[in-house]
Design a protein around this ligand. Sequence first.
Ligand code: BGC
Length: 279
Amino acid sequence: MNSTVDAPRSALPAQLLKGQKALVTGANSGIGMATAIGLGRAGADVVVNYVADPDAAGKVVEEISSFGVRAAAYQADVSQEDQVTAMVGRMVEEFGTIDIMVANAGMQRDARFTEMTLGQWQKVIDVNLTGQFLCAREATKEFRRRGVVPAVSRSAGKIICMSSVHQLIPWAGHVNYAASKGGVLMMMETLAQELAPEKIRVNAVAPGAIKTPINRSAWETPEARKDLLTLIPYDRIGDPEDIANAVVLLASDLMDYVIGTTLYVDGGMTLFPGFATGG
Ligand code: BGC
């Protein structure tokens, strides 16, 4: 019998993104990894960006290549302008262009407010917000240069920002992270408004609690799991593939009229679950 994870995966049309070229940042683990694999399974060629752990990136490339599409791992720190410029330039050189930029790379450096160092604040803003700005900007230059190629897609390019339920839900002890995702929301909507006339679609996916290394402490013990599930009306922790499926759909022409939207993929976490019995 298929696992619950396999079911939604295999239901996606295999060639939905045929002929498109995608770059996923932070694609050697967690949500980025599942997303890169999902895009490859949907027929896209994929660049797997990573900053550390080339072996993990290599395994993702291998899996994507097994679908008969092209894949390569590129190292770059998304918070460094020269590295992002070089990465997108290399992709255009080696793959011909870029059609889909998934600005996914993100991190947490948690601390209570007065214990949070400027370094912790800055690092998270640099990677989660500035990194997405740089990746979106470099991809946009290429989308604009190439324009629409109707045989490939109705749009000139797609940017998908990986946000979080914490673009909406305040999160004590994580002010750097919540501020970075709040910033992603306004950045994404502003870019969507600015770029839509050029047929560039900018949208975001906002995951809830997804089982990945970033939040291991929130799901690895039975007690933590139980606490976490009180925040999720749908009563299951998300799988990275739940997010990958949302990205694949948003990137595809099935969603061609979707501009500046955040797709929450969170099992209902943003529905104020405390009010199901309170208020
Ligand atoms: C965070 C996770 C957290 C989830 C729900 C995500 O954006 O990275 O650590 O479990 O939001 O709170």
